[in-house]
Design a binder for this molecule. Structure first.
Ligand code: ADP
Ligand code: MG
Length: 324
């Protein structure tokens, strides 16, 4: 496993990997690159300036992209608050500023202008996340933040399908954005606008349907879902949270390792079975002979040794396992 760039926490994880029949991918930072970029700003310069100020304290890729998009240091912000799965709020120039989803705007009592809603709808259709900026009761702008799908994502999805596994996308992002990304990688099952806690519930719901669920994430808002899954797979570049919550950590940069983990686990299962068959075979042959008093102790010893050798030799074949 180590040579494939896969770190397995224990035998149990491999057992689980073998039985998995659905793999659920987180979107941001998992199917897509962890780095995002602002591609469009609708609204005046003040909207971007205040959004960047509010996001200065954020660790979310969306927040970082917005801060980077402002080519000056943002003004100071106070009372910063990260609202998981929604966005952020902070006080700038004595004004409360809200930055995030349409849902956040509604909850904060901000009226979204029709031109901002239209811009957001258009962005979502292009797989771009629309981030609203608002203060004093009204939306002030929309910022388009794009993720790029990882190069190997579509191949990784196709490979899991070929192994007979269903694939789904689970995200806190808007439905339209999520569907556009899913289409790019060949996923049809999309569960969107899911808050961080609800990601765990979604995994539990699949389990209640009798599915064996693997969850692949980066640990940003998906730690509980990774822990809930029968098999939690954390991407190596991910957070410590992800590593702690998962059973398998992928140290390789590409998503192809998910399919490799499943194949490796199936291969190990097969080898263990063959080993049992070998050991059993030797004993079945040797015991009646020994019982008849016909077995020379030296030959019995040799048979024992041979039995061990074939088990070890067979297991060593795992080193060459999981060919593509
Ligand atoms: P994902 O499930 O794709 O990893 P998250 O749960 O982290 O997404 O976030 C869900 C949605 O909440 C994002 O798509 C975005 O619309 C909004 N959001 C989260 N964090 C921020 C932020 N710092 N600034 C603005 N919007 C945010
Ligand atoms: Mg995420």
């Amino acid at each position: 496993g180590a040579r494939l760039g896969i770190l397995v926490k224990g035998v149990e994880a491999l057992e689980q990997a073998r039985a998995v029949d659905v793999v659920v991918f987180d979107k941001t930072g998992t199917l897509t690159e962890a780095r995002m970029a602002v591609t469009r700003v609708v609204g005046d310069a003040e909207a971007l300036r205040r959004a960047a100020a509010a996001e200065a304290g954020s660790e979310h890729p969306i927040g970082r992209a917005i801060v980077e998009a402002l080519d000056a240091p943002p003004p100071p912000a106070t009372a910063f608050e990260a609202l998981a799965g929604h966005g952020v709020r902070a006080t700038i120039d004595g004004t409360d500023v809200w930055v995030g989803t349409a849902k956040l705007m509604a909850e904060a009592g901000m009226v979204v202008a029709a031109r901002h809603q239209d811009a957001a709808d258009e962005l979502a259709g292009q797989a771009i996340t629309a981030v609203f900026v608002a203060w004093d009761g009204h939306s002030r702008g929309v910022i388009g933040v794009a993720d790029t799908v990882k190069p190997g994502a579509a191949d990784a999805v196709a490979e899991l399908r070929a192994l007979g596994i269903d694939v789904a996308l689970l995200t806190g992002d808007h439905h339209a954005t999520a569907r556009a990304v899913a289409a790019q990688v060949g996923i049809d099952t999309v569960v969107a606008e899911v808050l961080p806690d609800a990601k765990q519930q979604e995994v539990a719901r699949l389990q209640a349907e009798g599915r064996r669920v693997a969850m692949v994430g980066d640990g940003v808002n998906d730690g509980p879902a990774l822990a809930q899954a029968d098999l939690g797979i954390a991407l190596g570049a991910g957070t410590d949270v992800a590593r702690a919550a998962s059973d398998i950590t992928i140290l390789r940069p590409d998503l192809g390792a998910v399919g490799d983990a499943v194949r490796l686990s199936r291969r190990i299962e097969q080898v263990i079975r063959q080993n049992l068959a070998w050991a059993f075979g030797y004993n079945v042959l040797a015991i009646p002979v020994a019982a008849a008093g016909l077995l020379d102790p030296a030959i019995a010893g040799a048979a024992m040794a041979l039995s061990s050798v074939s088990v070890v030799a067979n297991s060593l074949r795992l080193n060459r396992a999981v060919p593509r």
